[in-house]
Design a protein around this ligand. Structure first.
Ligand code: ADE
Length: 418
């Protein structure tokens, strides 16, 4: 990976780029960092890089020297991804860092004074980044923060990949507490789990602590976190074809559709859901599902598109939903939390974020029930442990998502990371 920084104060970055982990990454050429002195691209004897703001105010970095520096950095190759440091930018998060680390070449403009001439920003800057809601004297510290955060995502820069994975904001969660020798210090000993020598015990203790810390200290980050690696048990999606409602509100049985099988199993696989349970009392329909799954997992489909088989393999068919819940309980050796979903509001329905908090705290398997037709029958919803509030678009009363869309939206809220 290559990073070019343009600054009016290049000395600022010198020791940073030759010290510690970033310094080692640069020395080992895991990343190449070029620092360009903005004054080298300025005209005139004074090599002027800034001027007064039109309309009054402080100094503004001029567009032309910045554009020339960018042209030099790009050379004959592709234009780099251009970042401007500014308190007006989007506040940096770990997820933004992950996507920046996937770029081949970053070009960071260190803002100063009142910032950059807006015409340069409009024409060339792909993303303005702030490192927090406070104002610094210049963009060099933010540029170093960006380089540091991106560098540790480049393979080989931080020695042990697992250390990076388990760090703060791994999938949006805070880090676990850490301890070192001696095991007893001033009468206080290290938690027993960490001394157990059992890798699985250590891992689950750490994940639990990360959950508790996040809930206590930063509940705000939970909405954007992927809770999947922190669930001690599995998550399941079930699609019920009976008992569901028809257009007139009568209980009916719907037909299985191929689109649902393909699309929901793909969504479940993307978000790490253990099984997609298809529930229908009609043996002919169950047989059809098995035939479709076999085509994609063992038949011609398996060679035509193996990725599809990987998803459809998650499908398991059941004649009846209570039997399906017993199967989950047996498999997980734990009673699942059953979550009902509906496009209709129901008294006591909870907000998805409340349920997200609960599933990481409860340490139980979770089954999300979705209905086909006009939705799950009241008898099913009444038997659920929790019902989720409907997904709302905020545009009038129309509320008719396909079940495939509803599954995607909900799984993204629980197991997506942003
Ligand atoms: N320049 C000045 N303050 C800044 C901040 N908080 N983030 C990014 N760039 C800045």
């Amino acid at each position: 990976m290559r990073i070019t920084v343009v600054t009016a104060f290049p000395d600022f970055l010198k020791s940073f780029l030759s010290t510690s982990i970033v310094g080692r990454g640069v020395a080992a050429e895991r990343l190449v960092v070029d620092v360009l002195d903005l004054r080298d691209f300025a005209d005139g004897a004074y090599r002027q890089v800034d001027d007064y703001a039109f309309g009054g105010g402080g100094m503004v970095l001029m567009a032309e020297p910045l554009a020339k520096a960018l042209e030099k950095a790009a050379g004959d190759g592709a234009r780099p991804f251009v970042l401007g440091t500014s308190p007006q930018g989007a506040v940096l998060t770990q997820e933004m860092v992950e996507s920046l680390a996937a770029q081949e070449h970053l070009f960071i403009v260190c803002g100063h004074y009142e910032g950059l001439d807006e015409r340069f920003t409009r024409r060339f800057v792909d993303m303005e980044v702030s490192i927090g809601d406070y104002v610094l004297t210049g963009g060099e510290l933010p540029a170093m923060v960006l380089i540091d955060a991106v560098a540790r995502r480049i393979p080989g820069v931080v020695g042990k990949e697992s250390a990076v994975e388990e760090d703060s904001f791994f999938r949006g969660f805070l880090d676990t507490p850490h301890f070192t020798r001696p095991s007893v210090w001033r009468g206080e000993s290290v938690p027993e789990a960490l001394l157990s020598g059992d890798h699985e015990v250590v891992r689950s203790w750490r994940r639990r602590q990360a959950v508790l810390r996040t809930l206590r200290r930063r509940p705000d980050v939970l909405s954007r976190a992927n809770v999947q690696p922190y669930l001690p048990c599995g998550a399941y999606v079930a699609l019920l074809h009976h008992p569901v409602l028809d257009r007139l509100g009568n209980v009916t049985t719907t037909a299985v559709t191929g689109l649902d099988l393909h699309d929901i199993s793909r969504t479940c696989t993307t978000f790490g859901v253990r099984r997609f349970c298809v529930v229908t009392p009609l043996e002919g329909q169950r047989e059809m599902v098995r035939t479709i799954v076999a085509h994609w997992t063992e038949g011609y489909g398996a060679t035509f598109n193996p990725k599809r088989g990987e998803a459809l393999r998650r499908i398991k068919v059941f004649p009846e939903f209570r039997g399906m819940l017993r199967w989950v309980e047996k498999k997980e050796r734990n009673v699942p939390l059953v979550v009902g979903t509906s496009a209709r509001s129901r008294k006591g329905a909870v907000h998805w974020l409340e349920l997200k908090r609960r599933i990481v705290e409860d340490a139980r398997p979770v089954v999300f029930l979705f209905g086909t037709g006009w939705g799950l029958d009241e008898s099913v919803l009444a038997s659920c442990d929790v019902q989720l509030q409907p997904i709302r678009g905020g545009e009038g009363a129309y509320n008719h998502l396909s079940v495939r869309s509803a599954v995607s939206v909900l799984l993204d809220r629980f197991f997506g990371w942003r």
